[in-house]
Design a binder for this molecule. Structure first.
Ligand code: C2R
Length: 167
């Protein structure tokens, strides 16, 4: 069976913030599982969920807002790579960003941008991709298509006489 992406949220209130992540995983045909568990509020649920998911998951994505210790605690309990996504709940998400980004040596978390759900999915797929040639090729195709689309948008914006850049 292909390794899954394991998505963990600190609260059910984070659910709207993961949509771009799950949409992207769906787009790429990458399977995932979602769990809601908090390092602060439900450490035992978190520990049990991680144990349950460890064998089937190839990479974890942990979403948390406020004082976001969840990604770091996930990283302390798994040997799989962990991607952390700061959720903008308070202080524009800066509190969560700083909690996630400065991990002590030995417990790495790949910190995404604040609300960087889409990049989290693309990054996680990139981690899984080398394990499966088919998915790797698909990832390459998809990324090229995505980048070409953006490039075309910028070209159009800059076309002389189009008057698209209005100050
Ligand atoms: P509530 O809406 O449930 O009060 O949660 C969650 O990720 C959420 O964004 C508010 C915010 O608290 C965050 N939370 C953490 C952790 N557990 C919950 N940062 C943790 O363990 O790091």
């Amino acid at each position: 069976m292909d390794p899954l992406v394991g998505i963990i949220l600190g609260s059910k209130s984070d659910l709207p913030h993961i949509k771009q992540c799950t949409d992207t995983l769906d787009e790429f045909g990458v399977p995932y599982r979602i769990a809601i568990a908090s390092a602060h509020r439900s450490p035992n649920v978190l520990r049990d969920k991680l144990k349950e998911m460890e064998a089937s998951v190839g990479v974890f994505i942990a979403f948390a807002g406020m004082s976001a210790h969840l990604p770091g605690v996930v990283a302390s309990q798994t040997i799989k790579p962990v991607v952390g996504v700061p959720v903008s709940v308070s202080l524009l998400g800066l509190d969560a960003l700083l909690s996630i980004v400065q991990m002590p040596p030995g417990v790495p978390v790949a910190a995404m941008a604040i609300d960087g759900a889409r990049n989290a999915a693309i990054y996680a797929i990139g981690i899984l991709a080398p394990t499966e040639e088919g998915r790797k090729l698909k990832l390459g195709d998809q990324l090229t298509r995505m980048r070409n689309k953006k490039e075309a948008e910028y070209e159009t914006l800059n076309k002389p006489g189009e008057g698209r850049i209005k100050v």
